[in-house]
Design a protein. Structure first.
Length: 202
């Protein structure tokens, strides 16, 4: 515990202003996403733009590439939430059947093994398989957020739990703390979205 406290204190003292900005914007994104506020997408766009460089510098190449996807999804999510389901009909929260999730998870695991193997053979990437898992899982989960699929919160809980270890191992302690906070907000997000669902979608 003392060693962890020392590491966190050292990280805070040497914290990059860019990482601090990215973390603040990421928190704003998640809080607004929980509230289904469209302002979450501009916050996501700004945060991920900063994280592209931060992840690359940390040797997390898949995570860095993931940020480029997040940028595209921030634009997609903003457009999709803005259009909704038609005039005066905001996009509703829905669910997907178990078979849909079984296929999505299987695809994520297969692609994780492939990209992890490629990174191991051809790059000096840190923790290539975990890096790949969080990347491909986040791609699916982010699309689910943009479509307001309730189960995205389950995906994020697993992904963010793994990400905490990933970031601590690379010295990104502030970002690891952010993801620990995310675990709490994810539970709140799930409950909030579920309460907002139409009776025929619950």
């Amino acid at each position: 515990m003392d060693n962890l406290s020392h590491n966190l204190l050292a990280a805070a003292q040497s914290m990059s202003p860019w990482e601090a900005a990215a973390v603040a914007l990421a928190i704003a994104y998640l809080v607004w996403a929980i509230r289904q506020n469209i302002a979450c997408w501009p916050a996501a766009l700004a945060s991920t733009s900063i994280y592209v460089l931060l992840m690359y510098q940390a040797g997390l190449y898949m995570e860095s590439a993931l940020q480029l996807f997040y940028i595209a999804m921030a634009v997609y999510g903003w457009i999709h939430w803005r259009r909704g389901e038609g005039p005066d009909h905001p996009l509703a929260v829905t669910r997907r059947p178990l078979s849909w999730h079984a296929l999505a998870i299987a695809v994520v695991l297969v692609i994780t093994l492939l990209s992890g193997w490629l990174l191991t053979r051809h790059t000096d990437a840190a923790l290539p398989y975990l890096d790949s898992f969080t990347t491909w899982g986040a791609i699916v989960a982010t699309w689910m957020v943009a479509r307001k699929i309730l189960e995205n919160w389950y995906y994020w809980f697993v992904i963010d739990s793994v990400s905490i270890y990933l970031y601590v191992s690379r010295g990104l302690f502030l970002t690891a703390l952010l993801f620990a906070l995310y675990l709490v907000l994810i539970v709140i997000g799930y409950r909030t979205w579920r309460r907002s669902m139409q009776p025929d979608h619950v």
